[in-house]
Write a protein that binds this ligand. Structure first.
Ligand code: 13P
Length: 254
């Protein structure tokens, strides 16, 4: 069975002090809850502080929002997988639509990062998703297929199993306009089918696929109970510990 995975993508928000206070509240809210794996994905500057706090909390792990694929060298402003591992970071979000659109990341670059992350024992959370224009033009499957094939090229099945996919329709990110559970389920089923074609159906059946895009406490349950939705990648609503805890609890089987 695929254990649900709920991740808090804080984007460029939270100081170390704010993060420590958030974790105190979250720990209280989630006491004795083990129905989902929780990943906190803070800015890099918060990783050292959170790595100390999170090592004490069962079921909660740490993720990073990005990395560069080289191990070291003259890459001003970048960070390597090894540097993230120093702070017990377990996951790394790669190919987020904000990285693709604001920073020009391509599937080819994302593929290099996915491979470098896996080589350093970091688990990629690979983001894919179409824009509104692409959806309106009926190109959702074409876009998802291209992103998946490009970003996952050259992985073996074990590496695929260490990778989480996040379906994040660009038009649903930060807009308050979430995909309907039916729209999300349809895209997730297509993603699983495509992974089955790239690898094999048995591998695809084990891969976890998160939904992201305006997930809130009041829409989480319906989304998370779709058969191919195995978790959520939460932006705005993950900044409030009580609201985020509600989303985590919505992952429990009803
Ligand atoms: P919002 O939840 O704010 O729409 O952001 C989603 C997202 O981009 C998570 O990675």
């Amino acid at each position: 069975m695929r254990k649900k995975i709920i991740a808090a993508n804080w984007k460029m928000n939270m100081t170390a002090a704010e993060a420590a206070s958030f974790m105190e509240d979250l720990e209280l809210e989630l006491k004795n809850f083990d129905g989902a794996e929780v990943v906190i994905v803070p800015p890099f500057t918060v990783l050292p502080r959170l790595s100390e706090i999170i090592s004490e909390i069962p079921g909660v792990t740490l993720g990073a929002q990005n990395m560069w694929h080289e191990t070291s060298g003259a890459f001003t402003g970048e960070i390597s997988a090894g540097m993230l591992r120093e702070f017990f970071t377990r996951y790394v979000v790669l190919g987020h639509s904000e990285r693709r659109t604001i920073f020009g990341e391509t599937d080819e670059l994302v593929n290099k990062k996915v491979k470098a992350a896996l080589a350093a024992s970091l688990r990629p959370i690979l983001c894919v998703g179409e824009t509104l224009e692409e959806r309106d033009a009926g190109r959702v499957h074409e876009v998802l297929s291209r992103q998946l094939k490009g970003s996952l090229a050259g992985l073996d099945t074990d590496q695929m199993l260490d990778t989480v996919i996040a379906y994040e329709p660009v038009w649903a990110i930060g807009t308050g306009r979430t995909a309907t559970p039916e729209q999300a389920q349809e895209a997730h089923a297509f993603i699983r089918k495509t992974i089955g074609e790239i690898f094999d159906p048995a591998t695809a059946a084990k891969v976890r696929i998160q939904y992201g895009g305006s997930v809130k406490p009041d829409n989480a349950k319906e989304l998370l109970h779709q058969p191919d939705i195995d978790g959520a990648l939460v932006g705005g609503a993950s900044l409030d510990p009580r609201g985020f805890a509600k989303i985590v609890k919505a992952a429990a089987r009803s």
